[in-house]
Ligand binder design. Structure first.
Ligand code: UDP
Ligand code: MG
Length: 306
């Protein structure tokens, strides 16, 4: 059986259509599947819809978070609770073409353990967003050697890969990169991002920036090393400048270049402290060991009582 994990946050306009479209495609191709909606603490009618579909259709299940924990949490909850021999993660707005799942499933049957859908085009998006996405992926590639160009969350994974991901102990996760990091036999399929079916994107710039920073620091220590490199450069520069000043002083020349230097070096120290502080805060968050999400409702439990 195949599991289809769908994170959903305030998607009441999409739930019914998405369940119908995906269910239809799977039926047409005789693929036995379960559809698992993970409601990421929606404040609209998303959960009520999931619940009513799950009552009618036994192959649809749902989990509801106690509040909005973010898409990452929703994906990992889906991976933990899915029962399939393989599972695909797909967006609720059908921006990921669902028909591709059939092809992904066939590749899995051929023995591939991870089938990634790679964006051939990024669809209609803000050019600023595109610029940031490219720079972020560039930094990830150069520092952690994970090629994320065109990467998306649209992937199919074998049970072995799901179990490997479920065993990762870290709290701050980045599914898109982790699913490459775990390895396994991987195939790539290209797709074009479709326009959103209904509703608006659930991300804003602040959310995306925080997401990029968290992921960059959870995959690479390069910023910390950069701080050390800067430290060395400035140590050398200050030694040279010190010698020059001493010589000038000995020659009786008045020196006044020291203030800008102090300002410059203190600002660098502050920057360095900021970077260290950022990593420290990540360690703090990890060490608290809080769960990535809290499930408040589960259709499996509801159906038992029904
Ligand atoms: N999503 C989520 N939690 C969030 C934000 C988004 O579960 O906090 C889900 C959302 O319901 C959708 C998917 O993640 O199924 C992708 O979100 P969206 O379409 O808003 O992102 P975009 O396509 O603009 O990158
Ligand atoms: Mg979308």
């Amino acid at each position: 059986m195949m599991s289809i994990i769908i994170p959903a946050y305030n998607e009441e306009e999409n739930i019914e259509n998405t369940a119908e479209v995906i269910g239809g495609i799977m039926k047409e191709n005789n693929i036995d599947c379960e559809i698992l909606f993970v409601d990421d603490g929606s404040r609209d009618g998303t959960w009520e819809l999931i619940e009513s579909i799950a009552r009618k259709n036994k192959s649809v299940r749902g989990l509801k978070f106690s509040r909005n924990f973010g898409k990452e949490g929703a994906i990992f909850a889906g991976l933990k609770h899915c029962k399939g021999d393989c599972a695909a993660v797909i967006d609720c707005d059908l921006q990921h073409p669902p028909k591709l799942m059939v092809e992904m499933y066939n590749m899995w049957k051929q023995g591939y353990q991870v089938v990634e859908a790679v964006k051939a085009s990024r669809g209609k998006e803000n050019p600023i967003y595109g610029f940031f996405a490219r720079s972020f992926y560039g930094m990830m590639k150069s520092s952690s050697n994970i090629d994320m160009n065109g990467a998306s969350d649209y992937k199919l994974m074998d049970r072995q890969v799901i179990d490997a991901l479920n065993e990762l102990p870290e709290r701050i996760t980045f599914y898109r990169a982790l699913s490459s990091w775990v390895g396994f036999k991987t195939a790539k399929l290209e797709f074009n991002v479709a326009p959103r079916n209904a509703g608006a994107s659930k991300w804003n710039f602040k959310k995306l920036f925080k997401f990029a920073m968290a992921n960059l620091t959870s995959f690479t220590n390069a910023p910390l090393h950069l701080v050390t490199v800067f430290g060395f450069i400035f140590l050398l520069a200050s030694i040279v400048l010190g010698i020059v000043s001493l010589v000038r002083l000995c020659c009786g020349q008045y020196q006044n270049g020291i203030i800008p230097l102090i300002l410059f070096s203190t600002s660098l120290i502050m920057l360095a402290l900021g970077v260290i502080g950022y990593y420290l805060s990540k360690i703090y968050e990890e060490i608290k060991g809080r769960p990535r999400y809290i499930v408040s409702l589960d259709t499996d439990e509801l159906n038992k009582n029904f």
